[in-house]
Design a binder for this molecule. Structure first.
Ligand code: UDP
Length: 438
């Protein structure tokens, strides 16, 4: 049996990188690597002859926070950017999102209000998804079907993905924690699953097929680049212990540097905030800015000497790191989850093992070139690169369900069965750069 192919999406690459120089072989399995861009990305080389046409895409954002978000809201920021980029590329999108959302595309809001204080409530999530799926089915019944549904909204949409009249692409915005594995094992096959980092792909539970990796996007030109930095460290995120604001305080204290903390105290986080954070906030050495947005947020990122990321969870991506780097601000991170691929040790920041090492790394920051930080983001996560990656994912999702006919709405099949038949032409087409495993 030949070893399985791990493929690379030729579209998802730095624009200036010649395709011929990209890949190397590694042992029995053909592993394709992108030089200079360790976390880049795989999997969906489109077969020759794939028709690249404008698509009708229904995008489901979560119902909790508007798109774009006024402050905190990683998924909503991703959805906003992706919609803009896909519309600019000629696709016809309908975005289902919280009321008050706006986008370059048409927006439908199934619910009456946002519910930022009840994130995860099945009452609102199921309502949001059911109304969106009804609208998608109605469009099909009226002769204007969507080609594909792109879901960012969470569990309900995935669990019901085989009941809607278009193939569903589901972006995995959360980690594969042990309590979620049975869910993905039961329902993962109903959609084409997309991981947002290599780490997340590699940690998918056995039996759960993740078809692609496409990173979260950033529009680098939206973020101010600043070479000269002020004398403070920055931590930004939700005030959940896994994100490590309390460890950032300890690291900044050990480094004898000023720390600015920013983020919302979400429901359930009040006790942690009161006991672990608030007592240290003195307005001088430790400043708490609350939830920030707009220009203030960007200025905080751009002026910081370094961004601290002392996480203790399998971070599936981590937009804050990418935003800091886009501003030319190095990131000092515990190399957990995707932090180990976004942060390139010694190039755009440092990997550190603990709080003490984080404090020590602040003394080496002059080794890091801010321009290199920004480039490390532009070359890997730029919105145009990511949108192109999703286009490929959509085409493949459509191809793999083509021919399933009207039955598809009730009997969608795991995509992997259809995919294998596409391989011979692809290998032939890539003969100069892909070699089969021996
Ligand atoms: N954020 C913000 N204001 C804040 C705190 C966070 O706008 O006060 C944004 C932050 O810039 C990032 C997002 O919220 O875009 C958090 O996304 P991330 O992927 O870092 O974390 P998670 O989604 O796990 O909470």
């Amino acid at each position: 049996m030949p070893a399985p192919w791990k493929e690379i999406n030729l579209a998802v690459r730095p624009k200036d990188m010649p395709a011929g120089g990209w890949f190397s072989r590694n042992g029995a399995e053909v592993t394709l690597e992108v030089m200079n861009a360790p976390s880049l990305h795989q999997i969906t080389t489109l077969p020759r002859g794939t028709e690249r046409r404008a698509l009708r895409v229904a995008v489901l954002a979560p119902p909790w926070i508007t798109v774009p978000p006024p402050g905190y809201g990683g998924i909503e920021a991703v959805v906003a950017l992706l919609c803009d980029e896909l519309v600019a590329r000629g696709h016809d999108l309908t975005l289902f999102a919280a009321p008050g959302s706006h986008s370059a595309t048409r927006v439908c809001s199934p619910l009456q209000a946002t519910h930022a204080d009840q994130i995860g409530s099945s009452l609102y999530e199921s309502d949001h998804v059911a109304v969106a799926y009804d609208a998608i089915d109605r469009a099909a019944a009226e002769g204007g079907p969507f080609d594909v549904v792109h879901d960012h909204s969470g569990f309900t949409a995935l669990a019901m993905a085989d009941r809607v009249s278009a193939p569903v692409v589901h972006t995995l915005h959360g980690p594969f924690s042990s309590d979620m594995c049975p869910f993905y094992e039961r329902h993962g096959h109903k959609a084409r699953l997309v991981a947002i980092s290599d780490f997340q792909l590699e940690h998918a539970p056995a039996g759960v097929r993740v078809a692609d990796v496409v990173s979260n996007p950033i529009r680098v030109e939206d973020w101010p680049f600043r070479e000269g930095k002020d004398d403070y460290l920055l931590w930004m995120g939700r005030l959940d212990p896994i994100k490590g604001a309390h460890r950032a305080i300890a690291a900044a204290r050990a480094a004898r540097m000023r720390l600015v903390l920013a983020g919302p105290v979400q429901p359930g986080q009040e006790a942690y905030f009161r006991s672990e954070i608030e007592p240290h906030v003195d307005g001088r050495n430790v400043v708490f800015a609350g939830e920030v947005g707009g220009v203030r947020r960007k200025e905080l990122f751009a002026r910081a000497k370094a961004f601290l990321m002392p996480i203790s969870w399998p971070e599936p991506f981590g937009m804050v790191m990418v935003e800091a780097l886009a501003c030319g601000t190095p990131v000092i991170a515990f190399p957990e989850g995707a932090a180990s691929e976004i942060v390139l040790d010694g190039e755009n920041g440092f990997h550190v093992a603990d709080v003490q090492a984080m404090a020590e790394a602040t003394r080496s920051l002059e080794q890091i070139d801010p321009a290199r930080c920004r480039r490390s983001v532009a070359s890997r996560y730029d919105a145009a690169i990511v949108a192109e990656g999703y286009e490929d994912v959509y085409y493949r999702a459509i191809r793999s369900t083509a021919g399933a006919g009207p039955q598809f709405a009730r009997h969608g099949q795991p995509e992997s069965r259809a995919e294998t038949i596409e391989r011979p032409p692809r290998h032939a087409a890539r003969a100069s750069i892909l070699q089969p495993a021996s």
